[in-house]
Design a protein around this ligand. Structure first.
Ligand SMILES: *Cc1c(COP(=O)(O)O)cnc(C)c1O
Length: 493
């Protein structure tokens, strides 16, 4: 299996090379040239297995250069005591046809741990396979959770350095503190004046600067990304869709072979796209519900085939979904058309005019597998209160967006099929908004809210969050977006 660029102007590479490069030289994203097919016996086999075994089985199909033994060792190191529950990614069954796939039991209490605990190990193994001797320097633009998850994943991994940029006013206080207190000798964290798209655009510019690349090469460094555009991020996420399906079968909520819907709180389109790969492989999925907050560019895209980022940017209580450019959508457009020239055209239009139209046929193809929906901040908060009061189930603001979108869709369609809501963060990570949703009045801010939410609900706070207030702050620097490259240069001096 080779990996090809969605823009068609870079040579095909192996999985390990795609993981090392992150983004293709032509600016495109790497996708496998064929999608491995599985049958029902594959899924049956996974139903009796633990999460690590499920992950190895799925990953092995995409990473042919890695032996099973090698992947088992990587999975063991990635999904172990660093998670606070043995199931790693448990499926919480709420009622007869609704369950929540909890992807936040890892060290940073958000779903990005599922990929970022494993990706650095895939990367260092890939570097060895390709005889690379330079130090890989990971650059990350984050709207909050990715940054911390990447820092935790890469901290003190030999042969790597990591630098994280986050929008100064676009992340929660707890997220900021999680990053500012990061431990490790190979890490750096800098705030950027602007929103997430400013940070992401800045990082993309640095990646595109050939002069800077040369300069770093002279110093023994090369740049790579850990954003969800890296195939090493996407591949591990495919596994938990299989895992959730097996959990639903094991719980007696689904018959083997029966279709299951997934409702995914979406930002960069990475999480939901991983599910789409699982479906193309043969996992029985009905449809994907792509849930957005007020930044509902994807809802409109799915409805109309027009992607238009020319719209107000909203800061919401689900900041990891405050995104106007969903990078991973490019992979879907390429895989559905196989037409790199068309994808190049869309992406040129997007960077020029901020808008592109995929036309009727491709729009229909997208709608055959995806349904879009969004809800307002207030609606998501009401959903948190409702589930807590009626089901005693506490969820975060991102999950709440998906939960509410699903509820509205079921009401609109007048029917309900088995659906897994992908739950992407611990409620304690967004304590202020969750407390507000529960009707609590508080004067506390930041980490104190973690204890307050625990006291109010009787739900135990995850250890990495309850100890946050006591950790020393190591990173306080911020830069203008024009100065990001300079900051990287200083870090890699
Ligand atoms: C990153 C993130 C999302 C969005 O996932 P994408 O892969 O970017 O679509 C949703 N919720 C939380 C909590 C996140 O951290």
């Amino acid at each position: 299996m080779k990996y090809v660029s969605t823009r068609g102007r870079s040579e095909a590479v192996t999985a390990s090379q795609a993981i090392i490069r992150g983004i293709a030289p032509d600016g495109g994203l790497y996708v496998p040239d064929t999608i491995p097919a599985i049958d029902e016996s594959f899924i049956r086999g996974l139903c009796g297995a633990d999460y690590r075994t499920r992950a190895v089985a799925v990953l092995g199909l995409y990473l042919e250069e890695f032996s099973t033994g090698e992947l088992e060792a990587i999975a063991k190191a990635s999904y172990g005591d660093n998670f606070d529950c043995a199931a790693i990614a448990p499926t919480h069954v709420l009622d007869d046809d609704t369950a929540y796939l909890e992807l936040w039991h890892g060290p940073t209490c958000a779903f990005k741990d599922m990929a970022l605990q494993i990706m650095p190990r895939l990367l260092t193994a890939s570097l060895r396979k390709n005889g690379e001797e330079r130090t890989v320097s990971i650059l990350v633009a984050t709207s909050g959770d990715t940054g911390k998850a990447a820092l935790e994943g890469f901290k003190d991994v030999p042969g790597t350095r990591i630098m994280v940029f986050y929008p100064r006013d676009g992340v929660s206080q707890v997220q900021k503190l999680q990053m500012a207190t990061q431990e490790g000798t190979n890490v750096n964290v800098v705030a950027v004046e602007g929103n997430f798209d400013d940070a992401q655009t800045g990082v993309k510019k640095i990646f595109g600067d050939r002069g800077f690349e040369k300069e770093l090469d002279g110093r023994g460094y090369f740049l790579s990304s850990a954003n969800s555009i890296n195939w090493g991020r996407l591949a591990p996420q495919i596994a938990y869709y299989f895992s959730a399906y097996c959990d639903m079968v094991n719980a007696g909520k689904l018959k083997m072979g029966e279709k299951l819907d997934f409702c995914v709180p979406t930002g960069n389109f990475g999480d939901i796209l991983a599910g789409w790969y699982a479906k193309q492989m043969g996992l029985p999925v009905g449809r994907f519900i792509c849930a957005s907050n007020d930044n509902n560019v994807l809802t409109d895209f799915i409805a109309t085939g027009v992607y238009d980022k020319n719209r107000p940017f909203h800061l919401t209580s689900s900041p990891s979904m405050d995104i106007l450019v969903s990078s991973n959508l490019e992979r879907l457009l390429y895989c559905r058309t196989g037409d790199a020239a068309a994808v190049r055209g869309f992406m040129e239009k997007l960077s020029g005019e901020g808008r592109y139209d995929v036309g009727q046929a491709l729009g229909d193809a997208v709608r055959a597998e995806f349904t879009g929906g969004f809800c307002r901040d207030e609606e998501a908060k009401a959903e948190i209160g409702k589930l807590w009061r009626e089901n005693g189930y506490l969820m975060d603001t991102h999950t709440a967006v998906a939960s509410r979108v699903l509820r509205d869709l079921r009401a609109k369609e007048g029917r309900s099929v088995p659906t897994v809501v992908v739950s992407t963060a611990s409620p304690f990570k967004f304590g202020a908004a969750v407390l507000e949703a529960l009707g609590a009045v508080t004067n506390e801010t930041g980490p104190a809210l973690v204890d307050e939410l625990a006291a109010l609900t009787g739900v135990g706070a995850p250890a990495p969050l309850s100890g946050l207030g006591k950790k020393p702050v190591r990173f306080e620097k911020w830069v203008a977006k024009e100065d990001m490259e300079q900051a990287v240069s200083e870090f890699l001096a």
